[in-house]
Design a protein around this ligand. Structure first.
Ligand code: PRP
Ligand code: URA
Length: 209
């Protein structure tokens, strides 16, 4: 079963509280989501393999380390995943970026697909999939399935806030995917919103409500 990593560094906890606050407007919300994504990326990449290389300092020759594993593809689940891309790219600037367009039907809560563009060499890359919210888990499962159908085998799902229901579904449907979250909340309400959550992540990022 896919491991769940709760990244609860004090800086992340502090910023998540600001993100939850309904008084936080779109500009601050965007900045905070990007900052938390960057801080999470530090932990998400902790197991990346390194190799030794020689380096010439101004003083002498010595050995250093460089990243040696698979290259990375960052995949945003639209819309709200877009808010996390820049933060992750600050730490992994050479990553390619893919987009998967899904929205949740408000009545059925099932994901509806409208777009998918992934790097052509996605099968050779470690894939870091971004979405601030893991609620029922339907969107994440569909996005992971898209990526697998295009050859991805090594997938990490990164969410700011998750409901236990969403974690359970991803673990059941995609037991090979690792999950990284900043907070696990109590439950979903009758409309599929995370409680206490932060409301609608896409609307708060883009000011559409
Ligand atoms: C939100 C969120 C996730 C999804 C989570 O997107 O960003 O993609 O809901 O819900 P689930 O786990 O129950 O599938 P939404 O469907 O609101 O689309 P948007 O980002 O375009 O606003
Ligand atoms: N999508 C959101 O943006 N927020 C939730 O709480 C659940 C799904």
């Amino acid at each position: 079963m896919g491991e769940v990593h709760v990244i609860d560094h004090p800086l992340i906890q502090h910023k998540i509280t600001l993100i939850r606050d309904k008084e936080t407007g779109p500009k601050d919300f965007r900045d905070l989501v990007s900052e938390v994504a960057m801080l999470m990326a530090y932990e998400v990449t902790r197991d990346m393999p390194v190799e030794s290389i020689e380096v010439e300092t101004p003083i002498t020759r010595t050995s250093g380390k460089q990243l040696a594993g698979k290259k990375v593809a960052v995949v945003a689940i639209l819309r709200a995943g877009l808010g996390m891309v820049d933060g992750v790219l600050k730490l992994i600037p050479a990553a390619k970026v893919g987009h998967i367009g899904l929205y949740r039907d408000p009545d059925t809560l099932r994901p509806v697909e409208y777009y998918c563009k992934l790097p052509s060499d996605v099968s050779e890359r470690e894939l870091i999939m971004l979405d601030p919210m893991l609620a029922t888990g339907g969107s994440a499962c569909a996005a992971i399935q898209f990526a697998k159908e295009r050859g991805a085998t090594n997938i990490k799902l990164v969410n700011l806030i998750a409901a236990p229901e969403g974690i359970r579904l991803v673990q059941k449907v995609h037991p090979d995917a690792e999950i990284y979250v900043a907070a696990v909340d109590e439950r979903l309400d009758s409309h599929g919103y995370i409680v206490p959550g932060l409301g609608d992540a896409g609307d708060r990022l883009f000011g559409t409500k």
